[in-house]
Write a protein that binds this ligand. Structure first.
Ligand code: IMP
Ligand code: MG
Length: 181
């Protein structure tokens, strides 16, 4: 029987490292937003695991909404076309919002998302990203909270996919070349 980890060439961030870092991020957020109520806006699909782990470490009142953003088809190169879809009843007006994202690459997704939330009347909008690839940035976007910086390699796991697959790994890894083909 083939092993589920067969496609992985190397692990960049382990399950233990992720756990520890999320607890540190939550400590910062708990401190920065003390006495306030926040709205976590999770960018689907990639951030679903990260936001689930993060929200359980928060000890300030936190609500959650999901926005759908897509800038990729099944390839690994950004098209630059970002579409945002909100569910019914999404109400960002006058809220202190933290956008929770899986990874910042070009920055285009978050640029669109941030502009959209401000247009909708959000009181404040900050970014919490699980991963950051600063070397790939084409627009000026900075996260207030960053889990890990990663090199310019396409990564999967802990919510991140390639061609809709590999989100289920509890770690962040790089696929063997033949799996990108
Ligand atoms: P950006 O708009 O170029 O910053 O792209 C951000 C989106 O592209 C992320 O939310 C991811 O869904 C996807 N993405 C960028 N880099 C990777 C990667 O290395 N692995 C998986 N998805 C990625
Ligand atoms: Mg994404």
């Amino acid at each position: 029987m083939s092993n589920i980890n067969d496609p992985i060439k190397k692990i960049l961030v382990s399950e233990e490292q992720i756990k520890e870092r999320i607890s540190e991020l939550a400590t910062e957020i708990n401190r920065d937003y003390e006495g306030r109520e926040i709205l976590l806006v999770s960018v689907l699909t990639g951030s679903f695991i990260f936001v689930a782990d993060l929200i359980r470490e928060l000890n300030i009142p936190a609500e959650i909404s999901f926005l759908f953003a897509s800038s990729y088809g099944s390839g690994i190169v950004s098209t630059g076309n970002v579409e945002i879809h909100a569910g019914k009843g999404f109400e960002p007006k006058d809220r202190d919002i933290i956008i929770v994202e899986d990874i910042i690459d070009s920055g285009r997704t978050l640029e669109k998302m941030q502009a959209y939330l401000k247009e909708q009347g959000a009181k404040s909008v900050e970014i919490c990203t699980f991963l950051d690839k600063p070397s790939r940035r084409v627009v000026d976007i900075k996260a207030k909270y960053t889990g890990f910086e990663v090199p310019d390699e396409f990564v999967v796991g802990y919510g991140l996919d390639f061609d809709y697959k590999y989100r289920q790994y509890p770690f962040v890894g790089v696929l063997k070349n033949e799996y990108y083909e």
